[in-house]
Design a protein. Structure first.
Length: 106
C-alpha cells in the first residue's frame, strides 16, 4: 500500500529537480553577466540536485544506499554555496564589474 505513494513522491521530486536544473541551465545561457549567471546556477543547482537526491532517497528505501545519498546531499548543501561565494569573491577581487543598467527610472 505504501510503495505506490513512495513512487509518486519520488517521481514528483525527480521531475521537479530536473525542471529546476533545466531552468538553471537556461539561466546560464540567457542572463547577461557573470554574477547573474552565477546566481541562477547556484540557486537552481542546489535546489534541483537536492530534489533529485530526495527522489532517489524515496526510491532507495531504508538501506545503505539511502545513507550514502544523505551524505552526498549534506556535502552538496555545504559545498555548493561555498564554491559559488568563492567564485563571486574571486571575480570581485579581479575587478570584474557587474552589468548595471544606467537608465533612470521613469
Amino acid at each position: 500500500m505504501m510503495q505506490p505513494l513512495l513512487d509518486v513522491l519520488s517521481w514528483i521530486c525527480l521531475l521537479g529537480g530536473a525542471i529546476f536544473l533545466l531552468i538553471g541551465a537556461i539561466g546560464v545561457l540567457r542572463f547577461p553577466d557573470f554574477y547573474t549567471r552565477l546566481h541562477a546556477v547556484s540557486v537552481c543547482d542546489t535546489l534541483g540536485a537536492g530534489l533529485v537526491l530526495v527522489g532517489l532517497i524515496f526510491q532507495g528505501g531504508l538501506s545503505l544506499v539511502t545513507v550514502k545519498l544523505l551524505l552526498i546531499f549534506y556535502f552538496m548543501i555545504f559545498t555548493g554555496p561555498t564554491a559559488v561565494h568563492a567564485l563571486a569573491q574571486a571575480a570581485l577581487q579581479s575587478k570584474l564589474k557587474p552589468l548595471v543598467d544606467d537608465h533612470e527610472p521613469r
